[in-house]
Design a protein around this ligand. Structure first.
Ligand code: ZN
Length: 261
């Protein structure tokens, strides 16, 4: 199983070496901004590397939004990031499931997802596979609870999207980790990547605060790390930790997952 980490975008291969990671994930632009990614001088090196690469889209991107001023730029940003991700040889572009606002119908958000992917297809298709990630919070999310995820997949499954399962988001979002791989695959038929994270918050808290798998401080993890390791084993997909503690914290988490394969 390929195991690695979400790392800084400056020199992802050096970060991979420092953590003994087989796979890295990084942003191509400010995750809180709308700027298009810049051309990377190391694109060819990244593409040729034996380290598998995933790119995470900015958090501001929300393809489900009913707000034109978010939804339309989100489509543009998706296309820009999918193109830039292809230049570095990324196996997938991770995009959060998105949400509509309070009082709005999630079904509209799901239809907006479908329209975005339909439009992308009509323009020739995206050069990097979109991996939709489950999220932790909100009552109007498209991919927090799996009943909504099933509706989302009915709408977008035909466009060749993949799925990224985040263990922190599932736990905090109110989906139990036990047998979760079977429940996801019954909906999506696939898991392309696991975000193997602990959580600083309790089950169904709706909060998104990642924690290490190996305890780095006095605070006990809110998720049994054995369960996270079991998810990675069952998924049969690459896994990255998006955990705190820099090289030291992430290296320990990676080593833990490897020791439990
Ligand atoms: Zn994640």
């Amino acid at each position: 199983m390929l195991i690695g980490a979400h790392v800084d975008y400056e020199d992802p291969l050096a970060e991979a070496t420092a953590r003994n990671a087989d796979v890295v994930q990084f942003f191509l632009a400010d995750p809180q901004g709308w700027k298009a990614p810049e051309t990377r001088p190391d694109a060819e090196t990244l593409r040729a590397s034996s380290v598998e690469i995933f790119v995470h889209a900015p958090y501001v991107l929300n393809l489900a939004s009913t707000n034109n001023r978010i939804r339309i730029p989100s489509r543009k940003l998706l296309a820009q990031h999918a193109a830039a991700a292809a230049t570095v040889g990324a196996s997938g572009l991770i995009v959060h499931g998105g949400h509509v606002n309070k009082g709005e119908d999630v079904a509209v958000g799901i239809d907006n997802w479908r329209k975005a992917l339909q439009q992308a297809q009509e323009k020739g298709g995206l050069p990097t596979r979109v991996l939709i990630e489950n999220t932790a919070g909100g009552d109007n999310a498209c991919a927090r609870r799996f009943d909504e995820l099933a509706r989302l997949w009915d709408a977008v499954g035909e466009f060749g999207v993949g799925f990224c399962l985040d263990t922190c988001h599932a736990h905090a979002g109110g989906e139990k980790l036990l047998d979760i791989v079977d429940r996801v695959k019954a909906i999506t038929g696939r898991i392309d990547l696991v975000h193997a994270n602990g959580s600083r918050d309790g089950f169904d808290s709706g909060r998104d605060r990642h924690d290490n798998l190996t305890v780095m401080n006095d605070e006990p993890g809110m998720i049994d790390p054995e369960l996270v390791a079991a998810v990675v084993r069952a998924a049969g997909a690459p896994a990255v930790v998006e955990t705190p503690g820099g090289v030291e914290g992430q290296s320990a988490d990676i080593a833990y997952l490897r020791a439990h394969q």
